[in-house]
Design a protein around this ligand. Structure first.
Ligand code: P6P
Length: 324
């Protein structure tokens, strides 16, 4: 049952999670708590991002950094916040983060979930006030409860994700989430400290006229991708590239379009990370009726070999991805 359709916009994320939990009799509330922990961390990161420019000003009101020591980079802060929230929430036994080479063990050895996360993606945009995002992917662990998680828990494959989502810190802060029954969007109301259901059932438009890629790399792209882009230009399609996957993806989810990160000389296997960028975005886009491939197969069918493995990514409107 597509619970999203039954939800009135305006409901809070908490009520939504509780209602969805009732839709899934097996849900024991642990996933609900996990989602709340992610939402909590994102509210803290939202606040840090919105104060970023002020943190370095020694002595300014509320800077909290009067010693004037160099402000930690926001992606480091975001990583600390998400790991702390997931550790304290108690539902996650281990985390793979873009910011840490090795598995982060939370100590919650009896927890049933693991999370792969890019705490703050779009780092090139952080210091220039352009939209950035958090991307997360959730699996049920396959190693025995009571033991320490291993890489096997993270290498189950894209179709084993039980939930995935992103937070877009943009003109407004939006949490987009799927747990396998459609895609919902929640807008953060800063005055209440609550996420409010604003997009009850997000659907990827099947066609579009927007293409997102880094034009500086086009001469590196495979010939068929260059031919496709020439065709887009011939058809007078719109080129839009923010340089933040979450922001480019979300605009294409609302308006229709395709995001491309093909192999380049610098990144012959693609730049984006499979576990915490490609898999979660592919889960979301397929749940919304869109498509995500690496140029050969669906992203969700790409076999995971290592936890920081990279992949090419073509994602968005099915008719556009299928043309590649
Ligand atoms: P380039 C940000 O670093 C990121 O991972 C994605 O968010 C973004 O789409 C891409 O890389 C930008 O990469 O090489 O075009 O700067």
């Amino acid at each position: 049952k597509n619970g999203e359709l039954a939800m009135p916009v305006g409901t809070t994320l908490d009520r939504y999670i509780m209602r969805r939990q009732n839709d899934f009799p097996y849900a024991t509330g642990e996933l609900s708590q996990l989602l709340r922990d992610i939402a909590l961390a994102s509210k803290i990161v939202h606040r840090e991002i919105n104060r970023a420019g002020l943190m370095d000003i020694a002595g300014s009101a509320g800077s909290g950094n009067v010693q004037g020591e160099t402000q930690q980079k926001l992606d480091v802060i975001a990583n600390i916040r998400f790991i702390r929230a997931l550790k304290n929430g108690g539902e996650v036994c281990a985390i793979i983060s873009e910011e840490d080479d090795d598995i982060v063990h939370t100590g919650n050895v009896n927890a049933r979930y693991v999370v792969a996360i890019d705490p703050l993606d779009g780092s090139s945009n952080i210091d220039v006030n352009v939209s950035i995002g958090t991307i997360f992917s959730i699996y049920r662990r396959i190693t025995p409860v009571g033991t320490e998680a291993t890489e096997a828990d993270f290498l189950q494959g894209g179709r084993c994700q039980i939930a995935a989502g992103y937070i877009l810190y943009g003109s407004s802060t939006l949490l987009v989430l799927t747990s396998g029954a459609g895609v919902s969007g929640f807008t953060y109301d800063n005055s209440l400290g609550e996420y409010i259901l604003s997009h009850a059932n997000l659907r990827q438009p099947p066609v579009g006229t927007i293409f997102s890629c880094n034009d500086g790399n086009v001469e590196d792209y495979p010939a068929h991708v260059q031919a496709y882009l020439s065709d887009c230009r011939r058809r007078r399609f719109t080129g839009r590239y923010i340089g933040s996957l979450v922001a480019d993806f979300h605009r294409n989810l609302i308006k229709g379009g395709i995001y491309l990160y093909p192999p380049t000389v610098k990144s012959p296997n693609g730049k984006l990370r499979l576990l915490y960028e490609c898999y979660p975005m592919a889960f979301i886009v397929e749940q919304a009726g869109g498509r995500a491939t690496n140029g050969h197969e669906s992203i969700l069918d790409v076999a995971p070999v290592s936890v920081h493995q990279r992949s090419a990514l073509y994602i968005g409107s099915a008719a556009m991805v299928d043309e590649l």
